[in-house]
Design a protein around this ligand. Structure first.
Ligand code: FMN
Length: 201
């Protein structure tokens, strides 16, 4: 007869719980009479992340989806929204907000965020988001004078809200030129972001 015991316990104030499964001597697994498995759960599961993006040719949307999928693999809840459908007041419902934009010419100036970011930033002016965690992703092309210029503009916007940048911003050069490399950069960056978020929680 097979015996299964499950023990759930709360290990510390961060609600880290361990699930221990013990299968007894008569386990059907040959040569393995006893199997002990430890699965770690944490408060990460309760964290909500919002990824706000704008795009012209779809690259930033794809990049945002890769980040979302990676966060979900870390057992985090991640939502995607286009900036034109988002208001800064919604940030209050999230533990981390990731802003992402390509860089484009705007009214004759290079290195600008997607034009949908302008009205959004204007509307959010003067808001106080002290302590709110943010991160930034930029897509661009290093053949332009202001490579990923939008990143600095979004970082300054976060500063103006008194927000906190959780990690160094990610700049992707030529997203479509080497999508495999771009995807890897995005997943690596997101893995790092997830561990920082865990460390900061
Ligand atoms: C007209 C035009 C202007 C651009 N200006 C810049 C720029 O100033 N700086 C930069 O880094 N990339 C620039 N790029 C490159 C885009 O940011 C890059 O192709 C990006 O991946 C596009 O993202 P999207 O697919 O989300 O629109 C420009 C591209 C075009 C077509």
């Amino acid at each position: 007869m097979r015996k299964k015991r499950r023990i759930f316990c709360t290990a510390d104030s961060r609600f880290i719980a361990y699930k221990i499964i013990i299968v007894n001597d008569r386990s059907p697994v040959k040569g393995k009479k006893r199997l002990s498995e430890k699965v770690r759960y944490s408060s990460m599961e309760n964290m909500k992340i919002l990824i706000v993006y704008a795009t012209n040719s779809g690259g930033t949307q794809l990049a945002a989806q890769i980040v979302q999928e990676t966060l979900v693999k870390h057992s985090l809840t991640a939502e995607l929204k286009e900036v034109r459908d988002t208001s800064a007041d919604e940030f209050a419902g999230y533990d981390l907000v990731i802003l992402s934009s390509p860089s484009w010419d705007d009214e004759g100036a290079e290195g600008q965020p997607h034009p949908d970011w302008r009205p959004f930033m204007e509307k959010a002016k003067g808001k106080d988001m002290s302590g709110k965690k943010f991160a930034v992703i930029g897509l661009g092309d290093s053949s332009y004078t202001y490579f990923c210029g939008a990143v600095k503009i979004l970082e300054d916007f976060i500063k103006s809200l008194k927000g906190e940048l959780l990690t160094e911003s990610l700049k992707i050069d030529g997203f479509y030129l080497d999508q495999q490399k771009s995807s890897l950069q995005l997943t690596d960056w997101t893995d790092n972001l997830a561990s920082r978020l865990q460390g900061a929680s």
